[in-house]
Design a protein around this ligand. Structure first.
Ligand SMILES: [Zn+2]
Length: 420
């Protein structure tokens, strides 16, 4: 048994607090767990009404919105009125599960009889990475419990040192919302090996300022203390599927092309328009920050930004590319990009950022930033601009970070009551 609220007991089962969703009675009998992918659900029998049901363990997005499903075929219970993106795919795929084989590779670094299993599976890149950010909490605070990570293959390169086991799932993220009988079967095979097993929380937004991304990527992040001594460097994070638009007309047209199915034929125009915005921003920053160098990363075709720009864009991702991008971020005083999970690793390695934030993403503000600083430097170094911000506006913020850094660092890091 554990007294930590961040170790959710799986084995032996602890059904206290679970009530039957059909009749509301407690004292239910645990009869196992199911692992269809994103969700981890306990299976219970109700002695009151005789109903069997599944109920989410309080991890991942089920921390706030645990779902329950009556067996054998429903209904779905959503007691906290959780949003559809959580329960619709869950219930639909429960009723029509994916029976395809899914390979899961088991890598054992250390055999442990007591484990905490952190399930990072998700259909969104950012969600997986944010859940993975939970790993150091368990490595540092519960070293007596072996950490087992359940990760998609594309995140294997980010697994930190010190984990007991890694279960690597060969399934594209796009299929992760489906109820996979193969993933469940794999986990059921593993559970008997453990005397005691817990679930890791998988919090969606774990505190990052105490984390060091080097534990994941192996690349040391930009040290703030070296801000004024390192050669000025700015990296642009450029996506072709989420664009920086010069104005509302361009955005509207892009939407129209999407509805008409014409993005494949005319979408390139908007990608080139974005490149022009990036190029113009670079020209302005060059005038304001002497000696500045630029890198560009992103899934896309490289070229067109000038011979002196390190253009690392590619459509073929592999570990070498991921690491080359991380090294570019870690050289960067500032990373510039449109809001999205594409900003998580850049901000985890760079000192600061200027982010172009679309109106329809205000509800997700800062969720895509690996916030490294917890004092006033946070507001100084992380800047958000309008979705139709001009190259001049973006360049002014980039320049402002370089030009005003010294006085802000002195005021907020040097001349303070420290070492108390
Ligand atoms: Zn009942």
């Amino acid at each position: 048994m554990s007294s930590s609220p961040f170790l959710v007991q799986l084995k032996p089962p602890a059904p206290e607090g679970v009530v039957c969703p059909a009749c509301g009675q407690g004292g239910v009998t645990p009869v196992g767990s199911v692992w269809p992918g994103i969700h981890v659900m306990g299976r219970y029998a109700c002695p009151g009404c005789g109903k069997d049901f599944l109920r989410d363990f309080p991890v991942g997005f089920a921390v706030d919105h645990p779902m329950a499903i009556g067996l054998p075929d429903g209904p779905l219970y959503n007691p906290t009125n959780g949003p559809g993106w959580i329960h619709v795919p869950l219930f639909e795929s429960f009723r029509a599960p994916n029976q395809e084989p899914v390979k899961v590779e088991r890598i054992v670094h250390r055999e442990c009889r007591r484990v905490v299993i952190l399930n990072t599976l998700d259909y969104l890149y950012g969600h997986v990475l944010l859940k993975l950010y939970n790993a150091p909490y368990y490595l540092d605070n519960h070293p007596d419990v072996g950490l087992v990570l359940l990760v998609p293959r594309m995140f294997q390169w980010l697994v930190p040192d010190g984990v007991a086991e890694v279960w690597v799932v060969d399934q594209p993220l796009s299929k992760a919302q489906r109820w996979s009988t193969a993933i469940d079967a794999f986990v059921q095979e593993q559970l008997p090996r453990f005397d005691e097993a817990f679930l890791g929380m998988g919090f969606a937004h774990p505190e990052f300022s105490g984390l060091n991304i080097e534990r994941f990527s192996g690349v040391a992040p930009f040290p703030m203390e070296a801000f004024t001594t390192r050669p000025p460097h700015v990296t642009f994070v450029v996506r072709e599927d989420r664009l920086w638009f010069p104005g509302p007309v361009a955005k509207f047209l892009y939407k129209v092309w999407g509805k008409l199915g014409l993005r494949g034929t005319v979408g390139w125009y908007h990608v080139h328009a974005q490149d022009r915005l990036v190029k113009r921003t670079m020209e302005r920053v060059r005038r304001l920050v002497p000696g500045v160098r630029f890198s560009v990363v992103g899934l896309g075709e490289p070229g067109g930004l000038g011979a002196d720009v390190e253009d690392l864009r590619t459509k073929r991702m592999n570990k070498e590319t991921e690491l080359a991008w991380c090294r570019a971020y870690a050289r960067s005083h500032v990373v510039v990009g449109v809001h999205g999970s594409n900003m998580l690793l850049p901000t985890a390695h760079a000192a600061g950022c200027v982010e172009i934030l679309p109106y329809d993403r205000y509800g997700n503000m800062v969720q895509d930033i690996s916030v490294r600083w917890s004092d006033r430097m946070q507001l100084f170094l992380y800047r958000f601009v309008d979705e139709f911000a001009s190259p001049r506006a973006v360049a002014r913020h980039v320049h402002g970070i370089f030009a005003d850094f010294q006085v802000y660092f002195r005021d907020n890091r040097t001349n303070i009551f420290s070492g108390q």
